[in-house]
Design a protein. Structure first.
Length: 262
């Protein structure tokens, strides 16, 4: 009699290399931002976070184009986002500016690191909430400020101040509320355009091409200030759009209320 054939163990599934390489590059950029901030190179740290944002925007598109989406990639991307857009901006802001609040006393020193922590934990909560709403939420809008946008707001501010040789300690009392507000907006119910549904077809209006050229020219002329202006406008657009929508809803509700008969 022949020997029994040994049973094969479960087949191990591999991971897709290409999209996860972009995700790894984004995480590396976030880690490099932290290292640069520790070394006192704050403009470089801010730039590294923006590079992480570019790579983060590419990994999902690469996965869809190559049909290599996976649950592993989704979870890995969230961990990368936490490093690049949660921990990295918080530590850059702390080492650049918020740590100097300790010069005003022990309580102010605690407020400084607490502001950085609030930003970091709100980024983590934002990412956790986003993962639980995948496939349910309206893709046209974000619920709360997206973590890359919040990181872009904070890092463009750091980059702009560094470009004009404004020291972090001199604007610490502005950095502190900005970090807290950016964090709270991430976990708020304020709606922001996601731009995921644009464009709706293969063709776009000609004005889009002109707008894209103007944006590129402005970025070349003064990258830091243009990024900061765009980040501020986008951050403010959420509360404005939300309040406008609620006011419009109340007006529609009043119109449909039946009038009392005499």
């Amino acid at each position: 009699m022949s020997e029994p054939i040994p049973a094969r163990g479960p087949r191990h599934r591999g991971i897709y290399l290409l999209p996860n390489l972009f995700t790894t590059g984004a995480m590396f950029s976030g880690f490099y931002a932290i290292v640069s901030a520790i070394g006192g190179h704050y403009a470089t740290a801010a730039l590294a976070v923006f590079v992480a944002g570019i790579l983060d925007g590419m990994d999902g598109r690469v996965a869809r184009l190559t049909n290599t989406q996976s649950e592993f990639g989704v979870q890995y991307d969230s961990l990368s986002d936490l490093v690049s857009f949660g921990l990295a901006p918080a530590l850059v802001m702390y080492t650049w500016s918020l740590s100097s609040l300790a010069e005003y006393g022990r309580v102010w020193g605690k407020i400084g690191w607490a502001a950085a922590f609030i930003y970091a934990v709100c980024a983590a909560l934002r990412l956790a909430r986003f993962n639980t709403q995948v496939g349910v939420a309206d893709k046209r809008y974000f619920q709360g400020l997206a973590s890359p946008a919040a990181a872009g707001l904070c890092m463009s501010f750091v980059w702009t101040m560094e470009k004009f040789e404004v020291s972090g300690p001199s604007v610490a009392f502005f950095t502190m509320p900005m970090a807290v507000i950016a964090g709270l907006l991430m976990v708020s119910n304020v709606r922001y355009f996601s731009f995921k549904a644009w464009p709706k077809g293969d063709r776009v209006p000609f004005i889009w091409l002109i707008a894209a050229v103007l944006i590129v020219v402005l970025l070349v002329i003064d990258t830091a200030r243009v990024l900061f202006a765009v980040a501020v406008i986008y951050t403010v657009s959420g509360p404005v759009m939300t309040l406008w929508g609620r006011a419009a809803h109340r007006r529609r509700a009043r119109r449909h209320v039946p009038r009392p008969t005499e």
